[in-house]
Design a protein around this ligand. Structure first.
Ligand code: SAM
Ligand code: SF4
Length: 459
């Protein structure tokens, strides 16, 4: 069954490719002489995955061994997402299970961190499920005391470096958001925008590359709104150029159409090391709805940005976010969205049914769209994206591509990779011995709406 927000084509982000919302990750890493065991579950976007990496370092510093299952853990940390209601429902399910395990004496401590932790609803959850520690996104450093570290070794400011020494790494260049979109809880839970200085980011990327990282993803809620905090006039395009000169492979997410400069789109086309994929959320094709949502641009401006992208990056891929069923959305507004989808020929899209978030403007707006209508619109948008993506993907069939391996292993298994154009590719592994981080050449044999399929790597 297709879910809200299901991507139309798995995107080559360094998180599990096929699912953007509500991903759950936990990685095993046993430590010798550890004094206890801990399990971290991550829900949500790349920012949350990155925050979990930081917490992971903290629990390891405190001598905990990381385990995969709640049953094996003395301490459980749920690092959460609050963007849509179903994310909270899923966390409630996990909390229910943890109450049982605590009662049985298996799990001793539970911490709730991330975006739910920063929301009002967290107090209700704390009382209902007996959570031991609730932390928002700004005071995650308090986890240090909870895990028994003598001092706050971590500060969780945006200056803090990300995970080092891995093949692909996230680098947060800004936190928070200065927009106030009608439906969105992010500004309340993540605060206003804070940007890292350019030199600080470049130094981190250099260090990561020296440690073996071959793929860097620059992260932020509105990554293209980045400005150097020193007031030297440097903007996102300058930072992207600097990073692209240092890292072998670079991508960035998420951009806001109002901040996307033409010169950034040109840079994507010019710099060899930048993956030619643009994620530019549009949310709606109707000017009326874009105004209600406070998006700050009209559909025409968005279309123009896409034209510039297509001109400068002809082989590039384009993805977007679309919300259907926002309060007040009429059939005409929906038609406008379908029209925009046809015209922009997205390679993939995350389509979301509107989910009211307490504390946002849209949650108390009248003119609610019925669930049946929202479901129909959701499917129509999804199908429209899929049709366009399928057609575009056919053009790749027969091409020989250089593919970056992201997941999977050889010995007959399936390899999942990404082309320079940003297409996700499933490759027949055959007898090849390649691993994540390697590049292979392979011929595209067929294509679906979400993914390309390639034969065995060419020697
Ligand atoms: N900053 C990005 C932007 O403005 O394009 C988006 C970040 S937001 C965390 C990710 C996506 O979740 C949004 O683009 C939007 O489509 C979706 N979203 C956010 N709040 C939502 C809500 N209340 N209901 C449904 N979808 C929502
Ligand atoms: Fe939310 Fe809008 Fe900010 Fe994106 S730009 S994080 S949708 S408030």
């Amino acid at each position: 069954m297709i879910q809200d927000g299901a991507p139309r084509r798995p995107q080559g982000t360094p998180i599990p490719l096929s699912r953007k919302p509500e991903i759950e990750t936990s990685q095993p890493a046993r430590m010798e002489g550890a004094s206890g065991t801990a399990c971290i579950r991550t829900f949500g976007c790349q920012m949350n995955v990155h925050d979990s990496d930081r917490m992971r370092r903290m629990i390891r510093d405190a001598g905990y061994a990381e385990v995969n299952d709640y049953e094996d853990a003395d301490m459980v940390i749920l690092n959460t997402c609050y963007v849509r209601e179903n994310a909270v429902d899923r966390v409630r399910g996990h909390l229910g299970e943890l109450v049982r395990l605590k009662r049985e004496g298996r799990v001793k401590k539970v911490a709730l961190t991330g975006c739910i932790g920063a929301a009002e609803e967290s107090q209700e959850l704390r009382d209902q499920y007996g959570i031991d520690l609730v932390l928002g996104t700004h005071n995650t450093y308090e986890l240090a005391k909870f895990v028994g570290l003598p001092t706050m070794l971590e500060t969780f400011t945006p200056e803090l470096p990300g995970t080092e020494g891995e093949r692909s790494a996230f680098v947060t260049i800004m936190t928070g958001c200065n927009y106030q979109c009608s439906y969105c809880i992010v500004p309340s839970v993540r605060g206003r925008m804070v940007c890292r200085p350019v030199e600080n980011v470049v130094e981190e990327v250099e260090r990561l590359v020296a440690g073996g990282t071959s793929y860097v993803t620059l992260l932020g809620q509105t990554v293209d709104a980045w400005r150097d905090p020193s007031g030297n006039g440097k903007r996102f395009c300058d930072l992207l150029g600097r990073v692209a000169d240092v890292a072998p492979r670079v991508w960035f997410t998420t951009s806001h159409p109002s901040n996307m400069e033409d010169r950034t789109l040109k840079t994507i086309g010019e710099k060899q090391s930048i993956v030619k994929r643009l994620h530019l959320p549009v949310q709606s094709g109707s000017d009326r709805m874009l105004k209600v949502m406070h998006r700050g641009y009209r559909a025409e401006r968005y279309r123009r940005k896409i034209e510039v992208f297509r001109e400068n990056v002809p082989d590039g891929t384009l993805s977007t976010d679309i919300i259907v069923g926002h309060p007040g959305e009429t059939e005409e507004d929906h038609e406008e969205t379908l029209k925009l989808v046809e015209e922009c020929r997205f390679d993939s899209a995350y389509v979301f049914k509107f989910s009211p978030r307490r504390g946002t403007e849209a949650a108390i707006m009248g003119e609610a769209v019925t669930p049946e209508v929202a479901q129909r619109r959701f499917m129509q948008v999804l199908r429209a994206v899929e049709r366009g993506a399928f057609e575009r993907n056919q053009r790749k069939v027969g091409a020989e591509e250089e593919i970056y391996i992201r997941h999977g292993q050889a010995d007959g298994g399936k390899l999942i990779g990404e082309t320079w154009s940003g297409h996700a590719v499933h490759i027949a592994a055959g007898a090849s011995t390649v691993s994540p981080g390697d590049y292979v050449r392979a011929r595209i044999q067929s294509a679906g709406p979400h993914v390309l399929y390639a034969g065995e790597p060419i020697a």
